[in-house]
Design a protein around this ligand. Structure first.
Ligand code: NDP
Ligand code: 8X3
Length: 250
């Protein structure tokens, strides 16, 4: 039977590319995000090659999260894989100049959102004594960098939760993996810089950044290992990047 995969943040970037590669490999998909137009487009395109359903909700809203998971048609309720991917950076300021609304957004989405979605889905996996949770962290969760402060803190939290989940869910036979990318060319910087496209584009010029498809390919590899294999933690940089701040730009 084909595995059922629940992807948060499937409307863009890493989540969308993951949906596309998994669709080609006949996984059954539950695609989530806030932008309904994009969800409908994905449903119509990927629905031609595999079974797809979509859920529109904001991961910050716990009522919406639980209602969305409960609303799944019976045929999609047996979730085999959860990919906790939804998230973003909001702003890039020193801690003393940081915007409190940006702090709230990053902690509410990247940390609490991941917790709410996991809380809604873990009981399904525990009941079946089987499941796989893939948490998308970041190199920002491994090393802090100037002005990264609260985004880094949110991804350090994801790193800690990833390890905690693996320990606590161990007795339930559930796999847990963390994937921590460096610079990936997606809508990430557009969001971080609040629609300043020039500034966003500059993040990825002068070198070859990772592409969303590179991370999607890795996620596919991780979830397609035999069940006794759990890739614990995977850090991936573009070749031109040696650390959050060391970039070999032309
Ligand atoms: P994108 O901005 O392209 O995608 C972010 C996705 O998250 C979108 O699908 C968006 O959907 C969803 N999302 C954001 N906020 C919410 C919310 N409140 N509720 C529900 N969904 C939400 O960025 P990436 O693909 O790059 O980011 C994906 C993950 O990868 C994030 O966790 C990010 O931190 C991480 N990452 C990214 C790196 C990079 O350099 N790009 C590097 C390391 C990690 P919608 O707006 O429709 O809700
Ligand atoms: C995204 C990568 O270096 O902008 O998580 O924090 S970075």
């Amino acid at each position: 039977m084909n595995l059922t995969v629940f992807i948060t943040g499937a409307t863009s970037g890493i989540g969308k590319a993951t949906a596309e590669i998994l669709a080609k490999n006949q996984y059954r998909l539950i695609l989530c995000g806030r932008r309904q137009d994009r969800l409908m487009k994905l449903q119509s395109e990927l629905g031609k090659i595999t079974e797809v359903t979509t859920l529109q909700f904001d991961v910050r809203n716990k009522e919406e999260v639980f209602a969305a998971v409960e609303s799944l048609p019976e045929s999609y309720q047996q979730i085999d894989v959860l990919i906790n991917n939804a998230g973003n950076a909001h702003g890039l300021s020193s801690i003393q100049d940081g915007d409190i609304d940006d702090w709230d957004a990053m902690l509410d989405i990247n940390v609490k959102g991941l917790l709410y979605v996991s809380k809604a889905i873990m009981p399904i996996m525990i009941k079946r004594n089987s499941g796989f949770i893939v948490n998308i962290g970041s190199i920002a969760g491994k090393e802090v960098y100037p002005n990264g402060n609260v985004y880094c803190a949110s991804k350090f939290a994801v790193n800690a939760l990833n390890k905690s989940m693996r320990i606590d869910l161990n007795k339930h036979n559930i796999r847990v993996s963390g994937i921590h990318p460096g610079a990936v060319e997606t809508e990430f910087s557009e969001v971080r810089f609040k629609g300043d496209s020039e500034r966003a584009k500059n993040v990825y010029t002068g070198y070859k950044a990772l592409q969303a498809e590179d991370i999607a390919d890795i996620i596919h590899f991780v979830i397609s290992r035999p069940y006794h294999v759990n890739i614990e933690d995977l850090v991936v940089y573009p070749t031109a990047q040696a650390s959050p701040t060391i970039l070999n730009k032309n």
